[in-house]
Design a protein around this ligand. Structure first.
Ligand code: BT5
Length: 253
């Protein structure tokens, strides 16, 4: 893995065969002043976390689970809400350009292939009062068929890279491709090109969806993304609705 990551600006690299959650470990590193781009990778997670106390399953020898410590620059502070979609773009780019999979972003930041979830992203900002201390970004990708949890444990259908591709891959090469894409996307966070790419790879474009959010339930046709990362829907009566990123779940109708 270290050889595959040589040349990428990730340091230090912490690798575990098994761990509770790479996000929790990265947080403890950040508390001890770990620098931007410190990386934690694990083969297996026993307490992998999704959003809102949901679980993320990482079986041994099967997928990718990693977290990066991020210390946003002053310029990036205005675009904190775009960090999760930034990872969605990075994973999509790696899957599309390296493996030619038709990966899409389910707003705000799940990655789908053939309408099944292949990657989950958990970005956690840690504040002290009104001061941002650091951000932890955690990414889980299903790679081998054994990485996909039983369907009874899932709220949304799941898939994995090797099933979609029809052949095995090296996980560390996928990790390197995702991190390479991440640093490229990070350099243009919030730019016109960033939003264009997000729109191009947006799942359910022009389709009717229902979004459950903190502000209630919204039904509409997906029309786009606004500059703060909100999802723009067109309701049946023609009105435009903007749904902010938060506690949201989106499903096709
Ligand atoms: C996510 O949450 O999708 C974010 C997952 C982030 C996982 C990474 S792995 C490295 C780092 N360390 C951590 O502890 N976490 C991060 P959410 O949108 O809330 O989706 C969670 C839901 O996805 C669960 O309730 C399940 O239904 C489903 N799920 C769990 N494991 C899955 C898997 N391996 N593949 C597909 N779906 C899964």
């Amino acid at each position: 893995m270290r050889a595959a990551l040589a040349g990428l600006p990730v340091s230090p690299i912490h690798y575990f065969e098994t761990i509770g959650s790479t996000n929790d470990y990265a947080q403890s590193l950040a508390e001890q002043a770990a620098p931007d781009s410190a990386l934690v990778v694990a083969d297996e997670q026993t307490r992998g976390r999704g959003r809102l106390s949901r679980k993320w399953v990482t079986f041994p020898n099967a997928g990718l689970a990693f977290s990066l410590v991020l210390r946003p620059s002053p310029g990036e502070m205005n675009a904190l809400g775009l960090f999760a979609p930034l990872w969605g773009l990075a994973v999509c780019r790696a899957l599309r350009e390296w493996l030619h999979l038709n990966a899409e972003i389910k707003w705000p930041n799940d990655v789908l292939v053939n309408r099944r979830k292949i990657c989950g992203i958990l970005v956690e900002a840690h504040w002290l009062g009104s001061n941002l201390q650091y951000v932890i970004a955690g990414i889980g990708v299903n790679v081998a068929p054994s990485s996909v949890p039983a369907s009874g444990d899932l709220v949304f259908p799941a898939t994995c890279v090797e099933n979609e591709l029809g052949r095995p891959i090296e996980r560390e090469e996928l990790l390197a491709a995702i991190l390479t894409a991440f640093f490229a996307e990070r350099a243009r966070l919030g730019s016109a090109a960033f939003f264009e790419t997000w729109m191009r790879w947006l799942a359910f474009k022009d389709e009717w969806v229902r979004v459950e959010g903190a502000s209630g339930s919204h039904h509409g046709r997906v029309v786009g993304i606004s500059p703060d990362g909100s999802l723009r829907l067109r309701a049946e009566n023609g009105a435009e609705i903007e749904v902010a990123v938060g506690d949201v779940s989106l499903r096709a109708e």
